[in-house]
Design a protein around this ligand. Structure first.
Ligand SMILES: Cc1ncc(COP(=O)(O)O)c(C=O)c1O
Length: 406
């Protein structure tokens, strides 16, 4: 055994740090804890029986194909179903605009691999999805954060940032956004801001990475067109999707929609990563969609999560102390809401007290690429039962009340 194996790591690997948040989350694995921390879909939504039957039939019928290697681009039959999903959402694309991925986390990695040189600037929300920060950081991206409000990323701040960067002779590689029911903040980008974002990206010659795992999980409010549909094939938008939140995450299946030039390069990058996404899981998803089961399944999920969202919002309203510094977002869809407490309060320090009181959340700092977020917490409402949501909010409210009075 070598003494200093770590000295052999690449510069990139040396920069990969254990997440403090993951370490904190280990504390939440006590039996009595009610956790708002995970980002997990409710297992009750998993179509266990249908998938068991369908998988058995599939292996017996086309095992030769489904258990074999497949094309890196993805199963053309599944891509056809993806095109139909897009059409229902006003998005036009051909097979050449789609790369099937091993879920959208791989899509993020491919984006990083293909676009980011060390030190390249990536613009993202404050806060933003922590998995995107890790993916882009592993290619040594430099982050510039833009504040969000109820309508998503602030376009006035984005314009100022782009202007300042241009004056300094810098051009960001892309702007990363989760426009629908953002993880973690739960906010949705308004149509006006989506248009402005594309105009700004065009003016400042940068790309937009649209990551939208929750798009089909809308519980209230009106549909807003995707950035991909607004871009209308211009090639500004690279759009990441996944089956994780609309079917089940164990499939590890998603896709990227983008201009053919981008997809062609992504295919080459993916070849080196895993040759292909498992044809077996692609065949399962294809069958599920082709039998017309997906739309009804999404409807059921929406119904379940709509109630859980309502339960959490009502519980917060009832139990959280009234204080001008304490508020939370009211997401129209997705799995999360975002809580803000007075600036003097540190949700990281409070996490230990919350765990003692048998309730957990994700500390806001996880979602800031450039520091900050101590007085925020992300609360998930899809996984816990409605009873646990109420009880968990009561426990959290008691911890916050005690902190306010101390
Ligand atoms: C915004 C966002 N992007 C990507 C992912 C990764 O999802 P998956 O790899 O399961 O598709 C998640 C998971 O929670 C997410 O919230």
């Amino acid at each position: 055994m070598y003494k200093n194996l770590e000295s052999m790591f690449s510069v990139n690997a040396a920069g990969m740090k254990k997440s403090v948040i993951r370490e904190l989350l280990k504390l939440t694995q006590k039996p009595d804890i009610i956790s708002f921390a995970g980002g997990l879909p409710a297992p009750a939504t998993f179509p266990v029986k249908e998938i068991a039957e369908l998988a058995r039939e599939l292996i017996l019928r086309e095992g030769d194909w489904a258990l074999q290697y497949g094309p890196t681009e993805g199963d053309p039959r599944l891509k056809q179903e993806i095109i139909k999903i897009g059409e229902r959402d006003d998005m036009k694309m051909d097979q050449e605009n789609i790369l099937v991925t091993t879920a959208s986390q791989q899509g993020l990695d491919i984006v990083g691999r293909v676009f980011i040189n060390p030190g390249d600037i990536v613009i993202c929300g404050r806060p933003t999805y922590v998995g995107a920060i890790s993916a882009f950081r592993s290619y040594a991206a430099a982050f510039e954060g833009i504040e969000l409000d109820e309508e998503g990323m602030r376009m006035d701040h984005l314009r100022d940032k782009l202007k300042a960067l241009r004056s300094a002779g810098k051009r960001p590689k892309f702007i990363y956004v989760v426009p629908d029911f953002q993880n973690p903040a739960g906010v949705t980008m308004s149509l006006e801001r989506r248009r402005l974002l594309l105009d700004l990206a065009c003016e400042y010659e940068t790309l937009v990475v649209e990551d939208t795992p929750y798009r089909q999980l809308r519980y209230v409010g009106d549909h807003v067109p995707s950035l991909y549909s607004l871009d209308a094939g211009e090639g500004i938008v690279i759009d990441l999707h996944t089956f994780s939140k609309i079917l089940f995450p164990g499939l590890r299946l998603g896709w990227v929609q983008a201009h053919k030039t981008v997809i062609d390069k992504f295919v080459i990058a993916k070849q080196a990563m895993d040759l292909c996404t498992p044809p077996f899981t692609q065949a399962i998803a294809y069958e599920y969609c082709n039998r017309g089961l997906l739309a009804a399944h999404i409807e059921e999920n929406v119904e379940l999560y709509r109630n859980k969202r309502k339960t959490m919002l009502e519980a917060l309203e009832t139990h959280m102390p009234e204080h001008p510094g304490i508020h939370w977002t009211k997401p129209e869809g997705g799995l999360f809401l975002w809580m803000t407490v007075p600036e003097s309060m540190d949700m990281e320090a409070l996490f230990y007290k919350a765990v003692e009181a048998n309730v957990a959340y994700v500390v806001g700092t996880a979602f800031y690429a450039d520091g900050g977020g101590k007085n925020h917490a992300r609360l998930n409402f899809s996984y816990p039962s409605p009873e646990d949501i109420v009880e968990g909010v009561k426990r959290l409210a008691a911890v916050i009340k005690e902190q306010l009075s101390s």
